[in-house]
Design a protein around this ligand. Structure first.
Ligand code: ZN
Ligand code: ZN
Length: 188
């Protein structure tokens, strides 16, 4: 059986930098292009928890490289907006068929689309997502301990995430002299 989620050498990490808010797509491990693996944000120098050197698809993903969190969830790697557009488009086709051709044709079309959707969904790649920093790990072997998204965990991590961004955001500023003016009286 081939595992579509595990293609060696094709692992990548998608993250939003907590310090400069840039969206980054970084390769896992060392590549031919860069001999050294990324260990910080290329934009602002924000240091990751660990270097991405050991983050390749053939090694188990146990701890997030960016924040050090050990809890992940699995989700299908597709664009939600695209999914919604596809679903709405399908329903409109079915509706038009029902009005113009007949109810039966519309129903057949609906079943056919449902079948296609199921096949696409079933074959679609999974990605592993960090609960704390929401970094997306593509091309990594799925760990048995990682399950689908659980809202209870998200409730827990929502607060932790805010704290984490506050902490690392200021940590990033130490290395990068950005805006030194600390206006007195602002904030607490
Ligand atoms: Zn950054
Ligand atoms: Zn993380």
């Amino acid at each position: 059986m081939t595992d579509p989620d595990n293609k060696e050498g094709a692992s990548s990490i998608q993250m939003a930098c907590p310090a400069c808010e840039r969206e980054l797509h970084l390769p896992g491990g060392c590549t031919a292009l860069n001999a050294a693996a990324h260990s910080c944000c290329p934009g602002c120098g924000f240091a990751f928890e660990t270097s991405l050197e050991g983050f390749t698809g053939n090694l188990p993903l146990t701890e997030c490289a960016i924040c050090g969190c050990e809890e992940f969830y699995i989700q299908k790697d597709f664009n939600r907006q695209l999914g919604v557009i596809f679903a709405v488009g399908s329903l409109m086709c079915v509706f038009l068929l029902m009005v113009l051709v007949g109810h039966l044709a519309g129903l057949y079309c609906l079943f056919a689309l449902a079948g296609i959707d199921f096949l696409i969904y079933w074959r679609w790649k999974n990605v592993t997502v960090c609960y704390l920093c929401t970094t997306i790990y593509r091309g990594f072997r799925q760990q048995p301990a990682h399950k689908g998204f659980y809202l209870g965990n998200e409730e827990k991590y929502k607060h932790l995430r805010r704290d984490w961004i506050d902490t690392v955001g200021s940590r990033g500023d130490d290395g990068v002299v950005r805006n030194e003016s600390k206006t007195p009286g602002l904030g607490e």
